[in-house]
Design a protein around this ligand. Structure first.
Ligand code: SPV
Ligand code: MG
Length: 299
């Protein structure tokens, strides 16, 4: 099945589904091996792993280069965090064209202004895109896709920017009518109340994704009860790797030796396995001459 169709089915499934964050080829592969059915290519995680801020400091083609490694390394669908689409409708539709070329299943765009700021940094100061302009962007993206199953998710940032449920509902409905395949409702509150209120009013009229980074203690059963379709665990592989790298670097620096860390980290064979080194050995037997020529006899 095509990756696009897999993502479409996931968003329209009868049960709650989950997307796990990845930020490069290796982490994408780890997410697939863990059993997830889909990957969230997080803008925050990709920019952080480049040593950059989540403010569109990386160019969109630099992000696409990372996405191509992620796509090549996996068979499950990737939903890309496309920020604001990197400009107006024209930039966003060119992004869709490129994402389709590299086997990406869908993209999520948010109704903020380029260059964006992460939702958890000074959210109320963040201006939103005018509704009509954002609807035009969604339409342009849907008109551009070549594969009917490619997914465009519209992300509503109105709660983040300090607006109430009326504005959130108006935007979600406008984006649904403009052709978005699903709506992502974001909240930075530490409880699920805002989103639960939205879900009640929304009444399952179109698929909804959520990102519970800040309301992490809400039981998953609450998400099911509310009618949410898919949950994004948005940055947890990046955060896990930060902690692991800080600990191992500190330990080795302190000890001046590898002895303490050796048994607590992946061994080099695990790296080779993740790289699928075995496949190359088999291919070499097939494609390279069986024996290396012996060195010429000395006379
Ligand atoms: C991301 O993972 O980059 C997101 C989610 O967009 S958030 O960081 O919560 O804005
Ligand atoms: Mg993001």
């Amino acid at each position: 099945m095509k990756k696009t169709t897999k993502l479409k089915n996931l968003l329209n499934s009868q049960q709650l589904e989950f997307l796990m964050e990845a930020h490069n080829g290796l982490s994408a592969k780890i997410v697939e091996e863990a059993g997830f059915k889909g990957i969230w290519a997080s803008g925050l995680s990709i920019s952080a792993s480049m040593g950059l801020r989540d403010n569109n400091e990386a160019s969109w083609t630099q992000v696409v280069d990372i996405l191509e490694f992620m796509s090549d390394a996996t068979t499950i669908p990737i939903l890309v965090d496309g920020d604001t689409g990197y400009g107006n409708f024209n930039n966003a539709r060119r992004l869709v064209k490129k994402l389709e070329q590299i086997g990406i299943a869908g993209v999520c765009i948010e109704d903020k202004l380029f260059p964006k700021t992460n939702s958890f940094i000074n959210g109320t100061a963040q201006p939103l895109a005018p509704i009509e302009e954002f609807c035009g962007k969604i339409k342009a993206m849907k008109d551009t896709q070549m594969d009917d199953d490619f997914i465009v998710v519209a992300r509503v940032e109105a709660f983040i920017a300090g607006w109430g449920i009326k504005e959130v509902l108006a935007r979600a409905e406008a984006y649904r009518q403009a052709g978005a395949d699903a709506i992502l409702i974001h909240s930075k509150n530490s409880d699920f109340e805002q989103i639960a209120d939205f879900m009640k009013e929304w009444n399952r009229r179109h698929p909804v994704l959520i990102v519970p980074t800040m309301y992490y203690s809400t039981p998953t059963s609450e998400f099911v009860k509310s009618g949410v379709n898919a949950v994004i665990w948005a940055n947890h592989n990046l955060r896990a790797s930060i902690t692991a790298m800080q600990n191992v670097s500190k330990q080795i620096q302190k000890d001046g030796s590898l002895h303490q860390v050796e048994n607590s980290i992946a061994n080099v064979n695990e790296i080779f396995r993740l790289q699928n080194a075995k496949e190359l050995q088999i291919a070499e037997m097939k494609y390279l001459p069986l024996t290396n020529p012996s060195p010429p006899e000395t006379e």
